[in-house]
Design a binder for this molecule. Structure first.
Ligand SMILES: Cc1cc2nc3c(=O)[nH]c(=O)nc-3n(C[C@H](O)[C@H](O)[C@H](O)COP(=O)(O)OP(=O)(O)OC[C@H]3O[C@@H](n4cnc5c(N)ncnc54)[C@H](O)[C@@H]3O)c2cc1C
Length: 584
């Protein structure tokens, strides 16, 4: 049956041995009290909550979904109780600063926490998922009295937050947002407009919630340069209900337990966050935090699909295997896990989960070092790396979350297509992550246009240099040299494509946009090549059966999965492949 077993050993190995996070924390004065033992304790407790409290609400949440009753949103059975346990455990405050009542722990541990929550129940995890981004946005941009009123209650999870950007005519193009905000004599704003697709726009997990609403002040310039950000709470400070309501819930393919709301603001009272017309800049912190969070959804699904498929394949007996493990007596039928086709799928899922986890955690470590490292040059470099990694983590991990889940479904055969086995829900839930929080196509455009062509490729080349240095020892170790070769192939392809992108001919300005998706996927595979090399290096330096399995997994990834990445580079580098006009 569908079941979640937190992969604590793998997580610990990656945090301690592969990425040496404790070494990084020792360079960050704010984390002077955090060490490997703290991390283990956090992982164990988080794993217990995810597996024992949250996972049991996953299938029933999918079945019951959310309901709109007399204008109020009701979450599925068990969601409120799970949230109460989450708050009592102090989990909302994990990575918030101690000055604000948080635990001041690294974002890396918050990422590990969310990987587990998202594996256990993606839909539920959407509610607290925006908490950290909202915290950072308010802390960075809100006026002192707003910070005082809202931050402590967001930090302790008493109130939750929603991000209200999308409107019917304004999806990827937020420059088309029309929601208006009119300044009042008392310093407040009156907000009018309709937002759609707002996750957790209303719910019954907390009494109050705070919307961060993208809107336009009177006479604002058109486009994104005229966007402002308003804080609009469900209940006003005097306890009265604000003039905002959920007008409907979307019926959707997956994440049924997450309330996707049509929100109407009918002269709702709000307060400006940050400068007028600088709303996107203020929102930036929230959106970046949310993008890492969405990438973790991809990882959570890949892990869940992987471990459940492996369990099923060990139990399901069909046909005799061409080669049986030594010493096994003949049997009429063998576990499907012994058949090479299924073995490839299972090994691929395991290797992917490991590789994606290394990439996501490393990105979280860059965010930690960008904020907390004692050396300013490292802080600045970590910020540059995090900016480059964010769109890749969002798009590449969610791509593999969905496609990995779909590949896993095949392991169940016909049962996979049937609701009660769980993988069908996993595939449905995983699909949205490729769409929201900036579609994967928009992430690719951000990576190519702004973050690669925008700085002449300097940042990406710097990142590739750092990755190459990092796995340098693979080249001189005969057992690991295949990793060095595989990484080099991807790295050379990346550098050549960057050069070509920079020389993009003026007569074909569409070219970088045409190949942006391939470029992002190619960079993702380059990161995977690095991640498996890193995994192999760490496994080589430790002992035991688990290390042997990790070495084998890294090798499988390099030999069997990295060739998939090469087709992306072939397309990305082919300037002559034109796209015909869209069909009439
Ligand atoms: C379940 C769910 C939850 C959501 N939660 C929230 C939320 O909490 N808050 C919020 O504000 N929004 C939320 N959204 C909205 C989500 O972020 C948008 O759906 C998304 O940004 C895409 O906008 P759109 O749907 O209007 O698609 P469009 O922008 O119309 O795009 C349609 C297609 O065209 C592509 N496209 C568009 N422009 C380009 C381009 N220039 N180049 C290449 N391709 C392009 C897109 O990638 C996409 O594939 C949610 C949506 C869903 C379904």
């Amino acid at each position: 049956m569908w079941h979640y077993e937190p992969p604590l050993d793998d997580m610990r190995f990656i945090i301690e041995e592969v990425l040496d996070a404790p070494g990084s924390w020792s360079q960050c004065p704010d984390f002077s009290e955090v060490d490997a033992a703290t991390a283990r304790e956090v992982l164990e407790q988080a794993g217990r909550f995810a597996a024992q409290v949250l996972a049991p609400t996953n299938a029933s949440g999918d079945l019951h979904g959310c309901r709109l009753e007399n204008g109020e949103v009701r979450t599925p059975p068990g969601y409120r109780e799970a949230y109460r346990v989450f708050v009592e455990g102090g989990w909302p405050a994990l990575a918030c600063d101690a000055d604000d009542g948080g635990q001041g722990l690294p974002k890396l541990l918050d990422a590990a926490l969310y990987e587990m929550l998202l594996s256990a129940n993606h839909a539920w995890s959407m509610y607290p998922g925006l908490l950290h981004g909202a915290y950072r946005t308010l802390k960075g941009h809100a006026a002192p009295e707003l910070r005082e009123r809202y931050l402590p209650r967001i930090v302790n999870g008493e109130w939750l937050a929603a991000m209200a950007l999308t409107e019917p005519q304004a999806g990827s193009d937020l420059g088309l947002v029309r929601t208006s905000a009119h300044p009042q004599d008392d310093g407040t704003l009156r907000v009018h407009g309709t937002k759609i697709f707002i996750s957790g726009g209303d719910h019954d997990l907390t009494e109050n919630l705070v919307h961060l609403v993208l809107c336009r002040l009177p006479d604002a310039p058109a486009g994104t340069r005229g966007l402002s950000l308003a804080l609009v709470p469900k209940h006003l400070p005097d306890g009265t209900r604000n003039a905002m309501r959920c007008e409907g819930l979307e019926r959707k393919m997956g994440i049924h337990g997450s309330a996707t709301c049509v929100m109407h603001y009918d002269g709702a009272t709000g307060w400006l966050i940050g400068e007028p017309n600088r709303g996107l800049a203020a929102m930036f912190l929230m959106m970046n935090a949310a993008r890492l969070h969405v990438g973790l959804q991809g990882l959570g699904h890949a892990e869940m699909a992987s471990q459940n498929a492996a369990r099923y394949a060990r139990e399901r007996l069909q046909m005799r295997a061409a080669r049986r493990p030594d010493g096994m007596p003949p049997a009429p039928a063998d576990p499907i896990a012994w058949h090479p086709a299924m073995r490839r799928t299972l090994l691929g899922l395991t290797a992917l989960s490991q590789g994606l986890r290394i990439i996501a955690y490393w990105c979280a470590m860059q965010l930690d070092e960008a904020d907390h490292h004692q050396d300013q040059a490292r802080r600045e470099q970590a910020a540059r790396f995090a900016a480059l990694l964010t769109p890749v983590v969002k798009a590449f991990l969610t791509h593999h979350g969905f496609h990995g889940a779909s590949a896993a479904l095949q392991v169940w055969g016909g049962y996979g297509y049937v609701h009660e086995y769980g993988i069908e829900q996993c595939v449905r839930d995983a699909r949205i992550a490729m769409i929201y929080e900036g579609t994967n196509e928009i992430q690719a455009i951000d990576l190519v246009m702004r973050k690669t062509i925008g700085d002449g490729g300097a940042g990406l080349n710097e990142l590739l240099d750092a990755l190459a240095r990092d796995i340098g020892p693979c080249a001189t170790d005969p057992d690991l040299s295949l990793h060095a070769t595989a990484f080099e192939r991807h790295c050379d392809a990346a550098r050549n494509t960057i050069v070509k992108l920079m020389g993009s001919p003026n007569d074909d300005p569409e070219w970088p946009l045409r190949v942006a998706d391939d470029f992002l996927m190619g960079i993702g595979y380059t990161l995977l090549a690095w991640a498996w090399a890193r995994l192999a290096l760490a496994a080589r330096n430790s002992h035991g059966a688990a290390s042997a399995r990790r070495l084998e997994s890294a090798r499988f990834g390099a030999e069997w999965l990295l060739p998939d990445g090469e087709r992306f580079w072939q397309r990305a580098a082919n300037r002559d492949a034109r796209l015909p006009a869209a069909p009439d």
